[in-house]
Ligand binder design. Structure first.
Ligand code: ATP
Length: 339
């Protein structure tokens, strides 16, 4: 059996070819620090963030696209696979995505965490390739395609051609950094200490990188840092735009850098096909409009269900597993490596 898994900094998806996406939950695990026993994983664990008693900790085992807590990661993967498949799967082949430009050590850490499940082999594909396939792009043709996958911890930008990455960059700044900047802003301007979940909820509800629609408000709830008492402050979408914009402008600068390092022939192709955005953060309001201000002559497309493009692409790429197994390595295929 082949299982596709996308372990993101914020969210993890598990899918199979026949059933499609069977798990899509936050990459969070809550555990007892005294006994090391697991208390909750995924949706349930996300609800515990910031609310746990002293001996209990809620952790994201993947930070900025790299494993930060290997044992917790192994447990999270096992629980997600068994929950999604409703049983323990014996020796599956697992295919997963890794950020572009990942080091050999980081790659090994992901492979080891997955292998601890007891697998036949682990196949890797770079995230921008998987998300481009999931967005419906033909990346095996010689025509260059530019894809930007904007997630929680990383923004993966790549020009793809003939199944490979021609030029690319992985920026460790995306949705999580926006949330951190909002937490800082609320502290500095209102003496209000808010949690990570509140900041993310605000971004999903009223977050925008350019003003394109009516102004909206959001009630931030937290703790007054002077009195120590609970406090709520109403913020406007328009006042937060400069904060969200700061991170997005760095990502746009990254896209321009990638274009500058792309061979002229592929730049000609991209003039035709434009930029395709995938990943959950692509849903932020005003993205198309802001990118247009800086990269005027390219068509901009936000993929449909952008947060699911990577997992859909991993499932589609699993058709190449047999080619790799049968040693048809000379044929073009998008897989990066097999362990
Ligand atoms: N409607 C929305 N508006 C703004 N941001 C959103 C929206 N929906 C999701 N996001 C943000 O998208 C990010 C998560 O995207 P995604 O699930 O693609 O990332 P990930 O795969 O977990 O992370 P990474 O690719 O960095 O490992 C989070 O920062 C989340 O808050």
């Amino acid at each position: 059996m082949n299982i596709a898994i996308d372990i993101g900094t914020c969210n993890t998806q598990v899918a199979t070819k026949n059933k499609g996406v069977i798990i899509s939950e936050p990459s969070v695990i809550t555990y007892d620090t005294y006994t090391n026993s697991i208390i909750a994983v995924g949706d349930m664990a996300y609800k515990t963030i910031g609310k746990t008693p002293e001996r209990v900790k809620a952790t994201f085992p993947m930070v900025d696209g790299a494993v930060s807590a290997s044992e917790l990661m192994e447990n999270m993967i096992r629980i997600f696979i068994e929950k999604g498949c409703r049983k323990r799967i014996s020796m599956p082949k697992i295919i997963t995505a890794v950020p572009g430009g990942i080091t050999e050590v980081e790659k090994r850490a992901i492979v080891n965490a997955i292998s601890s499940y007891g697998v036949r082999s682990v196949y890797l594909i770079e995230t921008p390739k998987a998300s481009a396939i999931g967005a419906g792009l033909d990346i095996l043709s010689g025509e260059g395609k530019l894809v930007a996958d904007l997630g929680g911890g990383t923004a993966d930008i790549a020009v793809l051609s003939l199944g490979g990455v021609s030029s690319g960059i992985s920026i460790k700044k995306a949705g999580n950094e926006m949330d951190k900047n909002i937490i800082k802003y609320m502290k500095n301007h209102y003496n209000l200490s808010i949690g990570q979940q509140m900041a993310e909820q605000c971004k999903k509800e009223i977050g925008a990188v350019k003003f394109v629609d009516a102004d909206k408000t959001f009630i931030m709830k937290g703790r007054d840092m002077v009195s120590g008492l609970p406090k709520a402050i109403e913020v406007r979408k328009s006042q937060l735009i400069p904060i969200y914009q700061r991170t997005m402008l760095e990502i746009i600068r990254g896209i321009v850098d990638v274009l500058e390092n792309t061979p002229p022939e592929l730049n000609g192709d991209i003039l035709k096909s434009g930029i395709v955005f995938t990943g959950g953060l692509s849903k932020i309001e005003g993205l198309k409009e802001l990118v247009k201000d800086y990269i005027r002559n390219l068509k901009i497309t936000i993929a449909s269900e952008p947060e699911l493009c990577t997992i859909k692409g991993i499932v589609k790429a699993s058709q190449y597993i047999n080619k790799v197994d049968n040693n048809k390595g000379h044929e073009i295929n998008p897989l990066l490596a097999v362990y």
